[in-house]
Design a protein around this ligand. Sequence first.
Ligand code: FEO
Length: 143
Amino acid sequence: MIKSEIEKAFNAQINREFFSSYLYLSMSAYFQDINLLGFAHWMRIQAQEELLHATKMFDFVLERGGRVILDKIDKPENTWQSPIAAFEAAYKHEIFITENINNLVSLAIEHKDYASNSFLQWFVNEQVEEEATADEILKKLKL
Ligand code: FEO
């Protein structure tokens, strides 16, 4: 059985993952609008990945006997100054997500919730890739 404090933290993270999907979908629309269709496609794939992240956590909380409480999703930005600005925002957002995943891991360890800690390691590794990819594209764009 998952502890209520951890359940609450997972619910907050589920919301952030849904927001991430919303943000990248919004970026996809922005790129489509300025005719950068490759970037639009890339962002669309990212949006789908974020939905998977949210549902992975959703299923985990339920499997642990917890409750999933969905909250409203914030409105994402809908335009950026330039493609660089959009990728800077994406990179910054992934750093923010990494911080939150790390906080969740710390909480799990603090509560001796080893199942949550083990589950979260997938996300720890995933964040390394997510940050690296966004940073790589950003650096290429800056060139
Ligand atoms: Fe679900 Fe891009 O972090």
